[in-house]
Design a binder for this molecule. Structure first.
Ligand SMILES: [Zn+2]
Length: 301
């Protein structure tokens, strides 16, 4: 980190004064939040996404350029609930940008504006490797949460850029109308498959599954973030054999052989959906959720 700090101070010394521009600079951990910021902000904002949409968002290489991006940010948006705890906090410290610190208008922790599921009730032993110690941070696959985040972004942008308030409000209304229309359409398409049993590789799907009406009955990882031993996979298969599991779901950053094996053993379909906007050729946030609906319906049909 020392080397990163040194490099950053050198780079900032030359670059910072020249980067000033009229646009609100939004730096996000995940592309979903960038796309939502664009829906609301339009051309009044510019966005930079740190993680690649195909990466495991728990484990992202903290490149020095990320700290440079954060140093220039007016607004930081991240999933929170410790999703990015392994890589984002050191970057924020290095960036040394008071506008994006906790408590500031420019600091938006998504976990504080959406209801968090699977919050542990007892003590969580981090030495066991659990990467969801504050509950499940993969909130963005529920489109209702997409709208909640868009509302929060609107509030922040209005506070940061009062001149654009009317534009932000109008864009939010337009986005909410389009998303609402799509959600009604999606729910109609999903309704025939209500109650379908699903096994996940990593526990990153509960928000989508709950909204879509599916039931998560198990995960291949024994604990979120801990790769399964053969014995874990065997135990899961034996426990679920004959239970009518329809889908085994794991995004592309997880091993296909485990996912395929469990699906074959249970007579289920293996599904490898994009876990973030931008993966699998998806563009906007609405496009991303629609792709999920398409893939799940197709796999269950
Ligand atoms: Zn996770």
């Amino acid at each position: 980190m020392f080397r990163v700090s040194l490099l950053l101070s050198l780079v900032l010394g030359f670059v910072a004064p020249a980067t000033a521009s009229a646009k609100i600079k939004v730096v996000v951990s995940l592309n979903d939040f960038a796309q939502l910021a664009r829906e609301v902000g339009g051309d009044r904002v510019e966005t930079i996404t740190l993680a690649q949409p195909t990466q495991d968002p728990h484990f992202v290489d903290a490149r020095p350029s990320f700290a440079v991006d954060l140093a220039a940010a007016d607004l930081l948006i991240y999933a929170g609930a410790e999703l990015e705890c392994g890589w984002l906090p050191p970057l924020i410290r290095t960036a040394n940008n008071s506008r994006i610190l906790p408590g500031e208008t420019g600091h938006l922790n998504v976990a504080t504006v959406v209801p968090i599921k699977e919050v542990p009730t007892g003590n969580v032993d981090r030495s066991m490797g659990d990467v969801h110690p504050q509950g499940n941070p993969h909130t963005w696959t529920d489109p209702r949460n997409g709208l909640r985040v868009a509302v929060a972004i609107t509030q922040r942008l209005k506070a940061l850029d009062a001149e654009g308030a009317d534009v932000y409000e109008a864009n939010l209304r337009d986005f909410a109308r389009r998303l609402g229309d799509k959600m009604r359409e999606w729910k109609e398409r999903l309704a025939p498959y209500a109650g379908a049993k699903v096994i996940v590789y990593h526990q990153s799907w509960i928000y989508f599954l709950d909204w879509a009406g599916f039931v998560e009955v198990g995960s291949i990882e024994p604990i979120p973030g801990v790769p399964p031993a053969d014995s874990d996979v065997t135990a899961l298969v034996e426990a679920q054999r004959g239970a009518g599991v329809k889908l085994v779901v794991g995004e592309c950053c997880y091993p296909s052989d485990r996912i395929q094996f469990v699906a074959e053993q249970l007579g289920a379909t293996a599904l490898r959906p994009p876990a973030m906007t931008g993966a699998d050729g998806t563009t906007t946030y609405i496009d991303f959720v629609e792709r999920l609906v398409d893939l799940f319906v197709e796999a269950l049909d």
